[in-house]
Design a protein around this ligand. Structure first.
Ligand code: HGY
Ligand code: MN
Ligand code: MN
Ligand code: MN
Length: 407
């Protein structure tokens, strides 16, 4: 169906233009001007489909297709924020899939028994306010209102001020009663090489890794780079570098696919001739087994404490902790059954990336589909997936949503 393919590509292309770094990938930070443009576009598509459009007190967007009856909704969607200089598909592929599932209901004049909701979630990446999975943690109450209101970005701008700046209302309802949700279906790009290597267009997600985000702050003493003897320094950056250099070994020791990453590091005062007195860096730890995440966190904290003293003071903040999550088995078998019925090849797959689905899985029935990522690349401008695969996922979700909204 060329029409759906071209519409999918159009949605992805338009959303990818809402970036703060044109030509250098998608940088769409939450509550930024780029967020506002993407938000307006998504809401317009929802309105054109005749959906009832609302936003909650976090800025999550909902497009509701009313059912014959009031009752719990089947939600289909993903997030629409990005990492810095990321790709066009991480998040938007799932939001666009939600729009296209609703479009199929409308096109086929099918009014579901219970409602369908397209959902576009905020701050899944945590690129602006840290931690991540903010929109979904907010809906489920995993992130409390007061914690949400405390959050500030690296410029000290609070979530509330940032929301107001783009016309959002933080006083709107936030935590959502789980009884209003029947299921949550999320299409996401695989962000790895497996599906492409297997030449299979659809991955049915069985489980999502456990993950934790730590923020380590190393404090030392600023000083003159030229006049301070080497044996009289408390150099925060040298200590941070020694710690970071040892993290990969901790992951390797743990094994079983455990990974650690330091992706963000800020040096203060960041002058070439000034001994750094403060360094703040991230530690992202993931594993399929909860006890392995916990064990690496403990080892990181032991490693950090071995550098305390001699003018160095280090603190570690736990920004996020999510246990590994299994997808809802009923939905997994529905996804398999409908994929077979549509003659769409699929395989089971586990997710090394975190997703909003892992948050919602404690509150409703959750299922995820993956589509292949070209060269397994993601979180970079080279990220690319085939809209034909998005279309396949749309048809599978449409069949599953028809079933779930009827029961
Ligand atoms: O980090 C992740 O796994 C996701 O992209 N937020
Ligand atoms: Mn994502
Ligand atoms: Mn991502
Ligand atoms: Mn996600």
């Amino acid at each position: 169906m060329v029409e759906v393919k071209s519409r999918i590509e159009k949605h992805i292309d338009v959303l990818s233009e809402y970036t703060a770094t044109p030509g250098f990938g998608t940088t769409r930070l939450t509550y930024s001007q780029e967020d506002l443009k993407a938000r307006d576009y998504i809401k317009l598509q929802m309105k054109e489909l005749g959906l009832e459009v609302t936003e909650d007190g976090f800025g999550n967007i909902f497009g509701k297709l009313e059912g014959e009856l009031e009752g719990p909704s089947v939600l289909v969607g993903s997030h629409f924020d990005s990492v810095p200089n990321g790709g066009s598909y991480d998040g938007p592929a799932g939001v666009v899939a939600g729009l296209e599932v609703a479009a199929l209901f409308v096109k086929n004049k099918l009014k579901p028994k219970y409602p369908l909701e397209v959902v576009a979630l905020v701050e899944e990446e945590g690129s602006r306010f840290g931690g991540g999975l903010l929109g979904s943690r907010g809906i489920t109450g995993l992130l409390s209102e007061e914690d949400f209101f405390q959050l500030k970005d690296s410029n000290g701008i609070s979530t509330v001020d940032a929301m107001k700046k783009i016309g959002l209302d933080p006083t709107l309802p936030k935590k959502r009663n789980p009884r209003t949700m029947k299921a949550f279906l999320e299409l996401h790009i695989e962000q790895g090489p497996i599906l492409e290597e297997k030449k299979i267009p659809i991955g049915i997600v069985e489980s999502i890794v456990g993950l934790t985000h730590l923020e380590v702050t190393v404090k030392g003493q600023a000083g003159h780079a030229g006049t301070t003897p080497m044996d009289r320094r408390a150099d925060a950056l040298v200590v941070a570098a020694k710690i970071i250099a040892q993290l990969p070994e901790l992951a390797k020791e743990e094994g079983n696919g455990t990974v650690t990453t330091t992706g963000r590091l800020n040096v203060f005062p960041n002058g070439a001739n000034v001994i750094p007195d403060k360094v703040v860096f991230s530690v992202d730890i993931r594993s399929g087994k909860e006890e392995q995440v916990v064990s690496v966190v403990e080892k990181v904290k032991e490693l950090v404490s071995s550098y305390q003293g001699d003018g160095i003071h280090i603190s570690v903040e736990d920004l996020l902790y999510m246990k590994p999550k299994a997808m809802n088995q009923e939905i997994v078998s529905l996804l398999k059954g409908k994929s077979s019925k549509l003659d769409i090849p699929y395989c089971s797959i586990n997710s090394g990336a975190g997703h909003d689905a892992m948050v919602l899985s404690d509150f409703t029935n959750v299922g995820m589909l993956f589509i292949p990522s070209k060269a397994g690349l993601s979180h970079c401008p080279e990220e690319w997936s085939d809209s034909k695969d998005i279309e396949k996922a749309v048809h599978i979700f449409y069949e599953v949503a028809k079933k779930l909204t009827e029961a």
